[in-house]
Write a protein that binds this ligand. Structure first.
Ligand code: S3P
Length: 195
């Protein structure tokens, strides 16, 4: 049973470690849609890891690949797309995301991200002496860009994944983007806490 999302897809944007992939996978399962992680799509194309690609070819080459991949993925329908944390850096990507998808920004504070990512070894931009400082710098630079790309902003804090998924669905329902009657498994969902 098709949902009434005119743009046909939902894209999640936000800082590394904000939960785009985990939340996206759950959301897609609930909607009966396909889930795509743009970094995994890039890794499939290059036959290796994003981290190794950064080391061998540099960030600029990665951003080119990322733009090509996003341009294609934004044209999909009935897809939940988890983007890489730097997907919003290019204006062309922000535009492609916003015109092709309903874009949800999962907004987490650098301190919260650090708590989750302090042992991470896979994210090339965080392999530095002071990852918290790097996260703060990235957040300062990117928060306005995520907001620019997004139709909806969800403050993640520390809620569970199902709660975040419910919060996203509720935003989409309130905006008239999806019809609650068409999401059967969300009947009786827990309401998010009052702001
Ligand atoms: C990046 C985030 C990564 C990945 C690449 C660059 C960034 O994705 O695309 O390492 O610039 O923040 P996640 O947000 O899934 O970690």
């Amino acid at each position: 049973m098709p949902l009434t999302i005119p743009a046909g897809s939902i894209a999640l944007v936000g800082m590394p470690g904000c939960g785009k992939s985990t939340v996206g996978r759950h959301l897609a399962r609930l909607l009966g849609w396909r889930f795509i992680d743009s970094d995994h799509e890039i890794e499939r194309q290059i036959g290796g890891s994003v981290r190794a690609y950064f080391e061998q070819h540099g960030e600029a080459a990665f951003r080119e690949l990322e733009q090509q991949t996003l341009t294609t993925l934004c044209q999909h329908t009935q897809t939940v797309l988890a983007t890489g944390g730097g997907a919003v850096l290019r204006q062309a990507n922000r535009q492609a995301l916003k015109s092709g998808c309903e874009v949800v920004y999962l907004r987490s504070k650098p301190e919260e991200l650090f708590r989750r990512l302090r042992h991470d070894t896979q994210r090339p931009l965080l392999q530095v002496k002071d990852p918290l400082r790097r996260l703060r710098d990235l957040f300062r630079e990117r928060d306005p860009l995520y907001r620019d790309a997004a139709h909806f902003v969800i403050e993640t804090g520390r809620p569970s994944v199902p709660t975040l998924v419910n919060m996203i669905l509720m935003q989409l329902e309130l905006a008239g983007v999806i019809d609650p009657a068409q999401v059967p498994s969300t009947v009786g969902r827990v309401l998010p806490p009052q702001a």
